[in-house]
Write a protein that binds this ligand. Structure first.
Ligand code: SF4
Ligand code: ZN
Length: 315
């Protein structure tokens, strides 16, 4: 197999695009795809100040690297979930990338606020770990964006994540989630940050290849709570369809994005923190109350990021 651009031996075969590329041309191809996605879907516009949600994995660290390479100077946010070695190793990978990029990374340590890691917190809330984690992450990331003046929160969800979530929502006709899966979710000034997913047309396999070819030092292990049987089954089924008919996932996602219209919901705002809620108080503030934690005092003292060390400044 030869690279379609330069004719040298190819390193990767991209069946969905009916092409094969060498390492160098694949790197340019993937970066151009991300740039094209950002522009075509208006993910980041003039005047926006992006910040990337980083987990230490291949997708988010590669995205952070690509954004800065493309000229979208972006800082990072990391939530330390207190999941033993997994969280500590992830943090070292993120600090390393922050040093390489010379960007700032905001780090919030869940244990510092709740005196519990996410697992224990979830048990106390009688929720699955991912549900507690999602709630805490959404709140803290939004808070960092608003407190620190970022206008767009950028996440590393790839096409496999998005296609399997969409597939699951369709199978069960979860209307309440189905129409909220757009690749750009608009914000509300002072209350809610805009959220975008520039990797939604890039596959897990492509992102792993990109990270390896660019020597990005990421954590190979997945979060121990990520063994969500259903989403793995959906990913496997979609991969089979993709094998039979390359490009299926891209058509599935692109078709959805063409059709979806963001539903503008009536919003309430939390009486305590002012962020969106579905009642008088948001879930996060209710949780703080339940554990008798003075949230406002805490955030005033510590800011939205509470781990001292790695506040790296932009040079
Ligand atoms: Fe959080 Fe679940 Fe993802 Fe782990 S797998 S980081 S607990 S949402
Ligand atoms: Zn609140």
């Amino acid at each position: 197999m030869k690279c379609r651009v330069c004719g040298q031996p190819a390193n990767i075969n991209l069946k969905a695009y009916n092409t094969a590329l060498c390492a160098e041309d694949f790197i340019s191809f993937l970066e151009n795809r991300v740039l094209h996605t950002i522009k075509k879907y208006h993910l980041i516009e003039d005047g926006d100040i992006p910040v990337v949600a980083v987990s230490g994995g291949k997708d988010s660290l590669s995205l952070w690297h690509i954004m800065n390479k493309l000229g979208y100077g972006a800082d990072g946010i990391y939530i330390h979930l207190g999941i033993g070695e997994y969280s500590d190793i992830s943090l070292t990978k993120i600090q390393h990338m922050a040093d390489t990029l010379k960007r700032k990374v905001y780090i919030f340590n869940v244990h510092d606020l709740f005196r519990k890691g996410i697992d224990e917190l979830a048990r106390a809330m009688r929720r699955p770990p991912c549900s507690a984690c999602g709630m805490v992450k959404r709140y803290i990331m939004n808070r960092v964006c608003i407190d620190k003046g970022y206008t767009v929160l950028v996440t590393g969800h790839n096409i496999d994540d998005e296609a399997s979530a969409l597939f699951g929502n369709l199978l069960y006709w979860k209307r309440e989630y189905l129409w909220k899966k757009n690749m750009v979710l608009h914000g509300i000034e002072g209350h809610l940050s805009k959220k975008v997913k520039p990797l939604f047309l890039c596959s897990e396999r492509e992102m792993a290849a990109y990270a390896i070819l660019c020597n990005i030092d990421y954590i190979y292990e997945e979060c121990p709570f990520s063994v969500d049987a259903k989403s793995l089954v959906y990913k496997g089924m979609l991969n089979k369809l993709e094998e039979l008919s390359p490009g299926t996932k891209i058509r599935f996602l692109k078709g959805y994005v063409k059709m979806v219209k963001e539903e503008v919901e009536e919003r309430d705002y939390c009486a305590i923190c002012g962020y969106p809620s579905y009642g008088g108080k948001c879930n996060f503030c209710r949780l703080l109350e339940r554990f008798k934690i003075q949230g406002n005092i805490y955030f005033e003292e510590h800011g939205a990021c509470n781990l001292d060390s790695p506040q790296r400044m932009v040079t």
